[in-house]
Design a protein around this ligand. Sequence first.
Ligand SMILES: Cc1cc2nc3c(=O)[nH]c(=O)nc-3n(C[C@H](O)[C@H](O)[C@H](O)COP(=O)(O)OP(=O)(O)OC[C@H]3O[C@@H](n4cnc5c(N)ncnc54)[C@H](O)[C@@H]3O)c2cc1C
Length: 378
Amino acid sequence: MTFELPARYAELQARAREVASSVAGRAATADDSPTADPAMTKALAESGLGKLCVPEAYGGLDEKVDSLAVTVVRESLMGTSAHLDGLFAMQGIGSLALSLAGDEAVKGEWLPRVAQLEALAALALTEPDVGSDLRSITTAISEHGDTVLIEGHKSFITNAGDASFYIVLGREGNGHSLVLVPARTPGVTVQRGPRLIAPHILGEVQFRAVRVPASHRIGERGGAFPLVLATLATFRVSVAGAAVGLAQAALDEALRHTTRRRQFGKALAELGPIPTMLAQSWLEIEQARVLTYLAASRAARDPLGNLDMSSMAKVAATETAGRVTDRAVQMMGRFGLVTGSTIERLYRNARPMRIYEGGNEVLLGQLARRLVKLHDAG
Ligand SMILES: Cc1cc2nc3c(=O)[nH]c(=O)nc-3n(C[C@H](O)[C@H](O)[C@H](O)COP(=O)(O)OP(=O)(O)OC[C@H]3O[C@@H](n4cnc5c(N)ncnc54)[C@H](O)[C@@H]3O)c2cc1C
């Protein structure tokens, strides 16, 4: 890792910034929308950035998905719009298992369309009664001749209702399997929502006696978790990138406000603890950014071998985003509380990142166990 991003990544970052600024005028509307914003989807498709989400052999840019590329792009998108960031990220998160272990014909059918954003991807793991403890899911998968049957209820699924397919985690015998279910398959129904404090394309998805060809199975029977883990290992660090981008946008808002607004004859940026709050935010963002780039560059080489560092970056950057947005609201006084203002949107959008892609407490628990294990091993 160098301390400067290599030219290829700086170029991708610049391209992502361009797309973000081209749709910035729609950010407030799109971030409030429970369905995919057509203008943002189109801009993202035209940018070619979707090609970072699938392998070269299926219309992607790189031989395999590059965590550093995805991370720097998310950093550039999220500061402008969580909706835009979500549209981009889910194309990778919702299709990586297929890229790694899908049937050739099924990959050929979907992945090039994912790269072009002609098909929106979704990954359906969570259930009404199961979040972090994924091994307890109850969705059932069973094979019958040349078809696979899926029965179950998935909850809080990003892109539900707009997705073209769902990669579904289910229980099969004593293990867990993954199956790709095209959204139009009979028996698949979606109820949009719930509406979050930071709105999201989200829905509940029911699978009632859903049958797909056996070729739609992804990986081996009982082989789901290594593929889920590979997905997390590739994309978890990109949440850190998004969090850094969002925190930077919040600091920029706070700076704009505190350097212009004067109280007691001085700019707010010179008053009382405000300079310290600004500097503390800057410091924490730079710390999080360095860790994020380092973790992402390692994950790009070996995602699973560097999962600990990706988890550290995810926790550090999302907690930073929480603190920085909170401080920014405080520094902006009553203006930070106005519904519809940029800072209010950033404050809300920072919140879910500490919960999804591995709750921060769950990740800290895993890191602690790993640390003790390494210590015991000498
Ligand atoms: C905006 C958004 C989008 C989402 N999109 C998707 C999607 O596309 N697909 C999908 O499958 N899911 C999705 N989810 C669900 C998400 O993956 C879950 O919210 C997440 O796994 C946490 O599960 P939970 O919310 O049920 O919390 P719980 O598992 O009930 O945890 C509640 C709290 O307890 C903590 N906790 C839980 N277990 C432990 C432990 N062992 N040690 C210490 N602390 C613990 C957690 O960190 C959390 O703070 C989405 C969620 C959100 C908010």
